[in-house]
Design a protein around this ligand. Structure first.
Ligand code: ADP
Ligand code: MG
Length: 424
C-alpha cells in the first residue's frame, strides 16, 4: 500500500501532484487523446491502489460553453454543453469501517487521506483533494450519514484548459457520495453544493455554469441556463451532420492586472451608472443611447455583456430551430465583441478563429469563437460533421506553423451529464 498523506492546513502542493487549484501544469501535447479511456483505466487504478475492485463508479463530464461569455456574473444567460470527456470516480466503503476518506488520482503519485470529522476549509494553498473534500463536507452539512471510503479518480478532461475538469471532479464526487452514503440530492442542490465546495475549499470564485451542466447535461442537448433565477432549458443539438470541435491553443497568458476581477468591477460600475442592479436589466439600445455619458471603456464592457446576453437567448432559439448557420454567425459575432469590446482574447485565440474563418461555407465551418474566461485556452467551433476531420487537420497544421505551438483539437458531440455507470 503506498504511504498515505494527510493534508495539513498550509501544506503546499506536493511535487508531482496535479497541483493547487488554478495552477495545474499544461497538459502534455496529445494528452487528451489517450489510447485507453478513463472508463477503461479506472477499475485498474482502484484495484492497484486498494487491492480490490470498486463498488461504485461515478462519471461527470467536462463542458464547453457554446455562447454566453462573461454573462454569468451579470445575471445573464449561458449556453454550455457537456463534452464526451469525463472524470470518473471509483469508490468502496473503507474496509476497516473507519471515518476517513482516502483518495488517489492517476495524476498524483501519493494518496491523500482526510478525516470525516475534521472537515473545515483549508487555511493554506489548497491541494487538489480539497475538491472532493469540500464536496464531502457539503454532503455532511446537508445531513448525509457519512461513512469512510476509498476513492480513485481518472479523467479524460484536460486539466486547467478551460473545459472544467474542476466541476467534473466535484460532480463525480457528489454522484459517488450520493450512492455510497445513500443520500440523493436534487440536481440544483447538487450543483450548488459543488460550487460551494469550489468556493470554500479550493477558493476559486467560480460561477454556477460548470456545475449545472456537468450535473444536468443530456446527450445531444445544450443547456440554456438563466444565471439570474437558475432556471434551465434543454436545447436539442442532435443533427448527425453537425458537430462541435474544440481547439485548445495551449497558451495561457498570466496577466498581472487581475483582469477577471477588473472586468467584474467594470460591469458593476456600468450597471450603477446606468441605474440598474445588473446589466441583465438593459437592452442594447439603452446602452447605445447612454454612450455619450459613459467612460469609453465602461461603454465597451456594457456593450459586450448586454449584446452577448441577447445573442445567447437568440442563439438558443436558432439552435432549437436547427438554424445552424444563424447560430454560427452569432458565434463569430460573440468572438468579435469579446476581442474588441470586452478585450479578453489574445493573439492565439484570434488566430484560431481566423483560421476557422478560412474554412467557412463549403469548408464546413459554421461558427467559431473563444470560449471560457479568455487570455488563452480553447476555441469552440460548430462544423459540418463530414468536414470535421479536414478542418481539424487544417487548424492543427496552420496553427502549429504560425505559432510553433502544438494545439490540441478534438471533435465532441453533446454528451451526458453525471451518472452512476456502475452500482452494486
Ligand atoms: P479547469 O476546471 O478549467 O480544468 P481549474 O483550474 O478550475 O481548471 O481546475 C483544475 C484543478 O482541478 C487542478 O489543478 C486540480 O487541482 C483539480 N483537478 C481536476 N481534475 C483532476 C484530476 N483528475 N485529478 C486531480 N486533480 C484534478
Ligand atoms: Mg475549473
Amino acid at each position: 500500500m503506498p504511504p498515505s498523506q494527510t493534508p495539513t492546513p498550509g501544506s503546499n502542493p506536493t511535487p508531482g501532484s496535479p497541483g493547487a487549484p488554478g495552477s495545474a501544469p499544461a497538459p502534455a501535447p496529445g494528452s487528451n487523446a489517450p489510447k485507453r479511456s478513463a472508463a477503461e483505466r479506472i477499475t485498474q487504478l482502484f484495484q492497484s491502489r486498494y487491492g480490490r475492485p470498486p463498488t461504485w463508479i461515478a462519471a461527470a463530464p467536462g463542458r464547453v460553453n457554446l455562447i454566453g461569455e462573461h454573462t454569468d456574473y451579470n445575471d445573464g444567460f449561458v449556453l454550455p454543453m457537456a463534452i464526451e470527456q469525463r472524470t470518473l470516480m471509483a469508490g468502496s466503503l473503507a474496509e476497516d469501517g473507519g471515518r476517513r476518506i482516502r483518495v488517489v488520482s492517476e495524476l498524483s503519485p501519493e494518496m491523500a487521506s482526510f478525516e470525516l470529522d475534521v472537515l473545515s476549509p483549508p487555511e493554506g494553498t489548497p491541494n487538489w483533494w480539497e475538491y472532493p473534500r469540500g464536496v464531502a463536507a457539503g454532503m455532511i452539512e446537508k445531513g448525509a450519514q457519512a461513512r469512510g471510503l476509498d476513492l480513485a479518480v481518472a479523467s479524460d478532461v484536460p486539466m486547467g484548459g478551460g473545459l472544467s475538469s474542476s466541476a467534473a471532479l466535484e460532480v463525480a464526487t457528489a454522484t459517488l457520495l450520493e450512492a455510497a452514503w445513500r443520500h440523493p440530492l436534487d440536481a440544483v442542490e447538487k450543483a450548488l453544493l459543488c460550487q460551494r465546495a469550489e468556493h470554500r475549499y479550493a477558493r476559486v470564485p467560480c460561477g454556477i455554469m460548470d456545475q449545472f451542466i456537468s450535473t444536468m447535461a443530456r446527450p445531444d442537448h445544450a443547456l440554456l441556463l438563466d444565471c439570474r433565477d437558475l432556471t434551465t432549458r434543454q436545447v436539442p443539438l442532435r443533427d448527425p451532420n453537425i458537430t462541435v470541435l474544440i481547439a485548445n491553443t495551449n497558451v495561457r497568458h498570466e496577466l498581472s492586472g487581475g483582469e477577471y476581477a477588473q472586468r467584474r468591477a467594470q460591469c458593476e460600475q456600468a450597471a450603477r451608472e446606468l441605474g440598474v442592479s445588473s446589466l441583465r436589466d438593459l437592452d442594447l439600445n439603452q446602452v447605445i443611447r447612454a454612450k455619450p455619458g459613459l467612460d469609453a471603456l465602461i461603454f465597451k464592457r456594457a456593450y459586450h455583456v448586454v449584446g452577448e446576453i441577447q445573442r445567447t437567448q437568440r442563439a438558443a432559439e436558432l439552435l432549437a430551430a436547427e438554424d445552424y448557420e444563424g447560430f454560427g454567425r452569432l458565434m463569430f459575432d460573440s468572438h468579435v465583441t469579446l476581442r474588441d469590446d470586452f478585450q479578453v482574447s489574445c493573439d492565439e485565440l484570434d488566430l484560431m478563429v481566423e483560421l476557422a474563418e478560412d474554412r467557412k461555407g463549403i469548408g464546413g465551418v459554421l461558427g467559431a469563437r473563444m470560449t471560457g474566461g479568455g487570455f488563452g485556452g480553447c476555441c469552440v467551433l460548430l462544423v459540418r460533421a463530414q468536414k470535421a476531420a479536414d478542418i481539424q487537420r487544417y487548424l492543427y497544421t496552420s496553427y502549429l506553423e504560425r505559432t510553433r505551438i502544438e494545439p490540441e483539437i478534438f471533435v465532441t458531440r453533446a454528451g451526458a451529464g453525471a451518472e452512476l455507470p456502475r452500482a452494486p
